[in-house]
Design a binder for this molecule. Structure first.
Ligand code: GLY
Length: 357
């Protein structure tokens, strides 16, 4: 006998720009008037936003709870997921409950994965408060935890019901975190939008001042670019790998550093390295590689491997990349500023040899 499971699924959702977090809170409560709402945040973000936000979400009969966890990538693991699940179940979370991720990429990935498996899936909302999460990780439904063997090795595709972006949260974002986000912004320009890249080059000072209008325009453009990628290839069968430019080597650097080097910073190093590989392969001009490196440096990002890190250790680590098949690491490389090439298979030895040329 055959079980027929062909389905047409509508996972569409809105990204809504709000003037403040309270606006998001009020909207959530009116969309889910009777649901228990569980806000998962980290201690840093929670300090600024959790209290006021929870007050807006709390209904007379349907309370809101705040679950705080330590900040940093080290919290994105199975133990923390289990601890959140225990708390959610003991606080009475049901299938009709709503989980809100209030924070940066780590919180979104972890809370999203909790939401994906609790009661086989509960409504999930993203309120990204870091630049990196606003332009990238809150959109597209990738949720996961890390494993000692690699980053994001255990996870799911689980789309949020809505994403609320409040650009003013960048005011409380530490400078290092802002730079991490800029690495992903530069990535969008490099792989998909030469005009955005030039805009970043020309508006460096205003961006570093976090000028709200300019940041709003940049974030909105990045969301449009990510939307177009995700709409074409939600499950990363092929095209979505374009977003992995800089990430194969970047993830390796992040892991070799034991997550002491933050994601965005590692991706900047990875982009510079993968641009070098692209140039050595003859598909990227050295002029465009230099433009990329200059842009990364202009936003305070490093472009070479940390002095104490062995190049061989980094390339060995790339073999653990999820996209590695039969010993070949699949790279996204750059053809020019604004255009990338997806899925270039290379042995780890060949990639290192091109990098060192
Ligand atoms: N951050 C890469 C992706 O969402 O595919």
């Amino acid at each position: 006998m055959r079980i027929h499971l062909k389905r047409i699924i509508d996972n569409s959702y809105d990204i809504r720009f709000v003037n403040n977090i309270s606006e998001a809170g009020a909207d959530i409560r009116s969309t889910y008037p009777d649901a228990r709402v569980f806000i998962i945040t980290d201690v840093n973000v929670g300090k600024h936003y959790a209290g006021p936000f929870a007050r807006c979400v709390s209904g007379r009969t349907a309370p809101a709870y705040v679950l705080r966890i330590p900040a940093g990538e080290a919290s994105k693991n199975r133990t923390m997921k289990e601890s959140l699940e225990d708390q959610l179940i003991s606080l009475g979370a049901t299938r009709n409950s709503v989980i809100v991720a209030l924070g940066g990429g780590m919180i979104g990935d972890l809370a999203g994965f909790v939401a994906a498996t609790l009661h086989r899936g509960v409504s999930f909302i993203q309120i990204p408060t870091s630049l990196l999460a606003q332009v990238d990780s809150s959109i597209g439904g990738k949720v996961a935890v890390d494993h000692p063997q690699g980053k994001n090795l255990i996870g799911a595709f689980f789309q949020p019901k809505k994403v609320y972006i409040d650009v003013s949260t960048l005011k409380t974002l530490p400078d290092g975190e802002f730079r991490n986000g800029m690495a992903e912004v530069i990535k969008y320009g490099a792989i998909l939008d030469g005009k955005l890249f030039t805009f970043l080059e020309k508006n460096r000072a205003a961006i570093l001042r976090k000028n709200p209008n300019i940041m709003h325009a940049i974030i909105e453009r990045c969301c449009e670019l990510k939307r177009a990628v995700v709409e074409k290839d939600e499950r990363e069968v092929d095209y979505r790998r374009i977003l992995n430019f800089g990430h194969t080597i970047g993830h390796a650097v992040e892991q070799v550093s034991n997550y002491r080097i933050a994601h965005g910073k590692a991706v900047a190093i990875g982009m510079a390295a993968e641009a070098k590989v692209s140039t050595a392969l003859g598909i990227l001009s050295s002029n465009d590689a230099a433009r990329l490196e200059d842009a990364l440096k202009a936003f305070g990002l490093a472009t070479s491997f940390p002095a104490k890190m062995r190049t061989t250790a980094i390339f060995d680590m790339t073999l653990r990349d999820k996209k590695t098949q039969q010993g070949k690491v699949h790279y996204t490389l750059l053809e020019k500023i604004g255009k990338a090439r997806v899925g270039v298979p290379m042995s780890r030895v060949r990639a290192q040899e091109l990098f060192e040329r």
